[in-house]
Write a protein that binds this ligand. Sequence first.
Ligand SMILES: [Fe+2]
Length: 215
Amino acid sequence: MSYEAVFAELYELVKREMSAGGAHGFEHVERVLRLAGRIAREEGADIEVVRFAALLHDLERRMEDSGEVSCHAVASAERAEKLLKERGLSEEFIERVAECIRTHRFRGNIAPVSLEAKVLSDADKLDATGAVGIARAYLFGGRYGQRVWEAEPRRERFYPGMRGEDYSPRTEYELKLSRLKERMYTSTGRRIAEKRSSFMKLFFDELEREVRGED
Ligand SMILES: [Fe+2]
């Protein structure tokens, strides 16, 4: 099977298995595919490896959400290896794709080594920044009954078991989203992150003014 045919088949499989909506649904995969492809071209990375990795990177996230596995990156990498092997792609190619997926997780302790893995990591984090990052944080917040704003923000990240009303995307911004720009690996990623970060700052500053009853 050609790369093109395998990609088309797996695209449909991923679309079927993942939810359409939500912060980590198929829409997220489509955005990461577009962004990772663009960064790969600008950085001179292998587009084929990057796009397969982007397509499959969050496939087993629901297993982490349901507590079946502790790390969706490792589980998704294993699933990707299996899917690509069944379709006859080379071992070398499969390992390069799997490395990208294994190392893309924000809190993961395995850092990306190859340029392709750095590109996926940057694209995935960039999707948590800018206007789309704000929209996703509020989608996630809505699911857990979070506030639009909290007067006394907590100094810890939202964790399973924490009450949603004790938290808001604004705190997520302060604790995580505002720092993503420091975690970029490529210069293209850094440039996009700078632009998106300034937009997020503008949004949360404006939100604070409005919450205080200013114009
Ligand atoms: Fe992702």
